[in-house]
Write a protein that binds this ligand. Structure first.
Ligand code: HEC
Ligand code: HEC
Ligand code: HEC
Ligand code: HEC
Ligand code: HEC
Ligand code: HEC
Ligand code: HEC
Ligand code: HEC
Ligand code: HEC
Ligand code: HEC
Length: 309
């Protein structure tokens, strides 16, 4: 055993790591196991823990495939349970990173357990929607692990949206609104817009818009007359992304939609309403909406005022 005076050090190390595996350190360093233990290879675990090994046999984490922690010596079982040289001889629970120690992990350690190998591009965890929420890799990938978590893995559901909804119950209400993306009807999936590991891409015009424009190509332009209110803003300035009570999933069907920005307009005593150069006093009668006339609101090849004539 490491001296008990040193037990605070792992906790301190973790604080410094703050969710990222530090080069040179390892996941195992966060635990209090015998300091003189070394890595022996996970083949040796098979001798006595065949049932556990069987659970991994059909995954990329199996003893047979022996995935190696990049820059370290640990493979498979030892990646999470630490070096096993002493334990394979004495068979003691305290000579290895045991279940009780692992049950005491904090959120960062839970992430690091997987990120020690998966800190790659397709899992850009930091900045993704679940980092720091208490939801960790294993909560969604229970088909890859041999310990209990609350959520069922994706392959236990009919489709990916139902998998997400097991936790995100409050979003279901959005998708029952009259104007919506048809997620509950299987025409589009949560994952068409969200990556559970990564945030919206940021390398383009606007990561969020790029996601929308992947399907709504007709809004992408380029247009002869671009609308700055679309080009320099998120689609969500005007649209609810999940669903809305308003036609076209607008955030409101009133003219406040446009007046968020076009507040240069002013009501005058003589009932004229100047919008830039044009008096809208006579135009905004009978509950006319801005986009009844300015129909090409995402951009136009015809008119700078985004009217279709
Ligand atoms: C020679 C047999 C043997 C070998 C080889 C062996 N173990 Fe064990 N292991 C045991 C026994 C027996 C226990 C249960 C000890 C107890 O409950 O007191 C145990 C307990 C454990 C525990 C703790 C379980 C708990 O309830 O906390 C872990 C984790 C573990 N082994 C992992 C490994 C790993 C990883 C390897 C390979 C590096 C390995 N074992 C190799 C016999 C073995
Ligand atoms: C990705 C990390 C990870 C890998 C890989 C892993 N374990 Fe575990 N193991 C855990 C965690 C976490 C727990 C305890 C969790 C709990 O009980 O809540 C655990 C629990 C155990 C236990 C005690 C409970 C039980 O299921 O009997 C044994 C024994 C064990 N592991 C052996 C192994 C062996 C052998 C391998 C390799 C075939 C292995 N583990 C691979 C993370 C891992
Ligand atoms: C020792 C290194 C290592 C650790 C630790 C590890 N993985 Fe993996 N994992 C791999 C490798 C290697 C692959 C196969 C190549 C790939 O998909 O990146 C893989 C593949 C996967 C896959 C894809 C499965 C498939 O069938 O395509 C999932 C999901 C996954 N790992 C989840 C996890 C989770 C969750 C954890 C933590 C509980 C974890 N991994 C810990 C190395 C590791
Ligand atoms: C909120 C749920 C969720 C969380 C949390 C999560 N994943 Fe995933 N992951 C998924 C879904 C959904 C897929 C795609 C469907 C599938 O293959 O299961 C996936 C796919 C993967 C794959 C296969 C990727 C590929 O390109 O084939 C790997 C590897 C993976 N996840 C690793 C991780 C790791 C590591 C973590 C933690 C850092 C993590 N996941 C956290 C839901 C999640
Ligand atoms: C195991 C439960 C669980 C599963 C499964 C799950 N999530 Fe989450 N998710 C959470 C929790 C908890 C949060 C943080 C609290 C919140 O914002 O709801 C979160 C946060 C998010 C956020 C960020 C919310 C914000 O306010 O910024 C998005 C987006 C998200 N999840 C999408 C998904 C998608 C897409 C899936 C399916 C691939 C999924 N989640 C599966 C539990 C889960
Ligand atoms: C058409 C694209 C799209 C689909 C499909 C979609 N989302 Fe979203 N979702 C978004 C956008 C855009 C946001 C707002 C993000 C922002 O403003 O940063 C969002 C926000 C969220 C949030 C944050 C809280 C909230 O409600 O605003 C959660 C959680 C979430 N989505 C989960 C889900 C789940 C679960 C599904 C599937 C059942 C899903 N989303 C389907 C685009 C989508
Ligand atoms: C996020 C802010 C924003 C929102 C919301 C917005 N716009 Fe704009 N709009 C602009 C900006 C910025 C310009 C460029 C102004 C300029 O060139 O003077 C512009 C230009 C225009 C023009 C062309 C003006 C000209 O002088 O040629 C029209 C017409 C217009 N918007 C109508 C609308 C309508 C109708 C709506 C509601 C559906 C709307 N806008 C919502 C920011 C916005
Ligand atoms: C300035 C407000 C505004 C912004 C920003 C905006 N839209 Fe719209 N969008 C509208 C209005 C208003 C309508 C309804 C037009 C109508 O009914 O004639 C609409 C309609 C739509 C429609 C339905 C078209 C149809 O013919 O049924 C789609 C799809 C759409 N928008 C996608 C997007 C996407 C994608 C983005 C981001 C690139 C975006 N919108 C940004 C105001 C906006
Ligand atoms: C995977 C493809 C896909 C993505 C990504 C996508 N949409 Fe859609 N969107 C659709 C489809 C399909 C419809 C038609 C829905 C229907 O009528 O059943 C639609 C309809 C719409 C409508 C019109 C709704 C109505 O009431 O007529 C708007 C507005 C819209 N999407 C905005 C967005 C925004 C904003 C985003 C990004 C947050 C986005 N979409 C991302 C596929 C997509
Ligand atoms: C009944 C039709 C109608 C309605 C409703 C309407 N407009 Fe206009 N708008 C016009 C016409 C006509 C012009 C003059 C430009 C042209 O001839 O194309 C114009 C011009 C504009 C211009 C450009 C001003 C300039 O002279 O360069 C802006 C900005 C504008 N409108 C915003 C709005 C906003 C915001 C609303 C809602 C509060 C709105 N419009 C409602 C018909 C309308």
């Amino acid at each position: 055993m490491r001296s008990s005076a040193l037990t605070l050090i792992p906790a301190l190390l973790l604080l410094l790591c703050s969710g990222q595996v530090v080069a040179g350190g390892s996941f195992a360093d966060g635990f209090d196991y015998p300091a003189d233990a070394t890595y022996v290879g996970s083949d040796s675990c098979l001798d006595c823990h065949e049932e556990v090994a069987d659970l991994y046999a059909h995954t990329p984490h199996s003893v047979e495939l022996a995935p190696l922690v990049p820059g370290g010596n640990a493979t498979s079982c030892e990646a999470c349970h630490g070096p096993g040289s002493l334990h394979v001889d004495d068979e003691e629970v305290d000579s290895i990173i045991n279940a009780e120690m692992l049950r005491g992990m904090d959120d960062n350690q839970r992430d690091d357990m997987c990120l020690q190998c998966h800190n790659t591009q397709h899992v850009g965890w930091s900045g993704g929607p679940h980092q720091g929420t208490g939801i960790s890799c294993a909560d969604c990938h229970a088909d890859q692990i041999h310990f209990k978590v609350e959520a069922k893995p994706a392959n236990a559901f009919r489709n990916e949206s139902e998998f997400c909804i097991q936790c995100h119950t409050s979003q279901v209400t959005d998708f029952r609104l009259p104007f919506r993306h048809r997620v509950l009807e299987d025409q589009i999936m949560c994952g068409d817009c969200h990556d559970p590991h990564n945030g919206f891409p940021t390398n383009t015009w606007n990561g969020l818009n790029e996601t929308c424009l992947g399907c709504h190509t007709e809004m992408a332009g380029p247009f002869v007359f671009e609308h700055d209110g679309v080009q320099s803003e998120d689609c969500t300035t005007c649209h609810k992304p999940h669903g809305s009570t308003h036609d076209k999933m607008l955030i409101t069907d009133g003219n406040t939609l446009c007046l968020q920005c076009h507040y240069e307009s002013s009501f005058n005593a003589d009932d004229s309403w100047e919008l830039a150069e044009t008096n809208h006093g006579g135009l905004l009668i009978n509950e006319a909406r801005c986009f009844d006339c300015h129909t090409e609101i995402h951009g136009s090849n015809v008119a700078p005022s985004f009217r279709d004539q």
